[in-house]
Design a binder for this molecule. Sequence first.
Ligand code: ADP
Ligand code: NI
Length: 216
Amino acid sequence: MSTTLIEQTVGFVKQSMSANDSGHNWFHIERVWKTARTIALGEQVNLLVVELAALLHDIADSKFHNGDETIGPRMANEWLLQQHVPADIREHVVNIVAHISFKGGNQADTFFSPELAVVRDADRLDAIGALGIARAFHYGGFKNREIYDPAIQPDLQMSREDYKKNTAPTINHFYEKLLLLKDRMHTETGKQMAIQRHLFMEQFLEQFYQEWEGKR
Ligand code: ADP
Ligand code: NI
């Protein structure tokens, strides 16, 4: 029963993500799903909740719905209702979808569970390391941002609103978000995976500045 539910959900997600930007396309979902399964091996969690939440976590990006942050959880809820998923599982998955995101600023978390921890770690891991670097510059290009401008310092005190309308160069995003994620991992496996990906970003930045200065 679960296998077909997962397969059905894969189909639903693939079809509803097709209009999204390529930083959040099906491949992002697939990576988060795989990573979440890897992390779940070391945790005591309900794997069905983890897999469904990983698959549904970006079902509707608020950026493409006039900032409406309720549309994703609502779509997830409707899908799970339609699939006759037991209410406790459905509510748990919807809660994860509603609370997974890091949108900058320091808002207190109102919901937490071990399953949320697994999916959030998996989502954060996809924002760091080689893939994180690729996604950041892709996003920056999409937003027509500079790669780097030494005159524009990273802003670590941004409010949620500032974070959303920030237009700084992409390198700043490393200091404002990507390099902070390593210390925000919840699970043991997530922490270990983050350390390696973090080191890779540090090496990338070091090399970047060397090249920027024309050093050999
Ligand atoms: P999420 O849905 O994982 O919370 P976002 O929608 O904020 O992430 O971002 C999607 C991808 O785009 C991530 O890899 C993120 O690092 C990147 N990104 C978001 N904001 C910026 C930015 N200001 N500069 C560069 N990359 C960004
Ligand atoms: Ni995501």
